[in-house]
Design a binder for this molecule. Structure first.
Ligand code: ADP
Ligand code: MG
Length: 317
């Protein structure tokens, strides 16, 4: 293994056209765009907690950046810069090279410059800070949902949790579904463009990382409202899998990195048009209620409340 500095030079130093000064000095120097706010977020990925030890390093590099870009997207920020603090075992430079290739693939796709970081020896643990920009007053905050808003969800939730269940031998998926779900788990697509376009359409937003219902709970609590979510309006469950498990993963699986947002009812046509333009399904799956504050009610196709515990969802938790 090369020295710390050689490792940084070889694998983590790329041109940084968006920075006045990138890696190599005591600090990076960044010039924010005139009149913009900075949005800043950090996420840590710990081996054994957030990823399995045999995870493909390229996929992990991608995900290390993607999860933070998802946070920026959920605020409506355009990503620009990132810093990577990594603790790495010293025995495998090819692992580092593949990790960096995955990270820079995601960075290139979203025009993000890696401008600095820290590299130490230790158990594998990756901490990424992402910085983005957005116009003042346009941030998509969790505490801005209004009674009467529609509730919307991008893409599909549950696939990543099914992928994890498959890798851990808890679920058996057919070949095509397995591929889809493992890719959803290992290489999530942050909804960066959607987040930016929602600046002028949505009231509140959050990215779904802990599970759809859990993250919706954050929105209703912080906005001091309630919500109803309709199972019949969520994306159809994947076929060829036990429906109760699929439903559990859809509502509570986590690691999805979709955007859950609220918008006024008179924005439906614009949101439908945006879904077509971005080629990303947007599901109008519920509504925001004035009461009961802090509570999420799940209803079936007939509008009847569904009780998860009674339906056995916790069995799979
Ligand atoms: P210092 O001792 O001043 O903290 P370091 O020796 O830790 O500096 O890092 C040297 C330079 O390399 C710094 O500019 C730092 O931002 C950059 N750097 C360190 N690790 C990484 C990394 N994993 N990715 C990108 N840049 C890094
Ligand atoms: Mg340092």
């Amino acid at each position: 293994m090369p020295s710390e500095f050689e490792l940084i030079r070889r694998h983590f130093t790329r041109p940084t056209p968006q920075a006045l000064l990138g890696p190599g000095d005591d600090c990076a120097l960044l010039v924010p765009s005139e009149g913009m706010l900075l949005a800043v977020t950090t996420d840590m990925l710990v081996e054994g907690t957030h990823f399995l030890p045999d995870t493909d390093p390229g996929a992990l590099g991608w995900k290390t950046l993607a999860v933070s870009l998802s946070d920026l997207a959920a605020m409506g920020a355009r990503p620009r810069w990132a810093l990577l603090a990594g603790s790495l075992p010293t025995d495998d430079e090819s692992w580092v090279a593949r990790f960096a290739a995955g990270l820079f693939a995601c960075a290139g796709r979203h025009a993000v410059d890696l401008v600095g970081g820290d590299t130490t020896r230790g158990p594998r643990n990756l901490c990424l800070t992402a910085i983005g920009e957005l116009p003042p007053t346009k941030a998509l905050r969790r505490d801005r949902a209004l009674p009467g808003d529609d509730l919307w969800l991008s893409g599909q939730t549950g696939l990543a949790a099914l992928g994890l269940a498959h890798l851990q031998g808890r679920a058996h998926l057919g070949e095509a579904l397995r591929e889809t779900c493992v890719t959803a788990l290992q290489q999530p697509l942050p909804r960066v463009e959607l987040g930016i376009r929602l600046r002028d359409l949505a009231h509140a937003a959050i990215d779904v990382s802990d599970g759809l219902l859990a993250d919706l709970c954050h929105v209703v609590k912080q906005s001091q409202v309630g919500a109803e979510i309709s199972l019949a309006r969520l994306p159809p469950l994947p076929r060829g899998i036990e429906p109760l498990l699929a439903r559990h993963c859809q509502l509570a699986g986590g690691d999805d990195y979709e955007i859950l947002f609220t918008a006024a009812v008179d924005r439906r046509d614009e949101l439908a048009a945006l879904a077509g333009e971005l080629e990303l399904p947007l599901w109008r799956c519920g509504s925001i209620l004035a009461a009961p504050v802090g509570e999420v009610r799940v209803v079936d196709a007939g509008g009847q409340p569904v009780d998860f515990a009674a339906r056995g969802f916790d069995h799979f938790a």
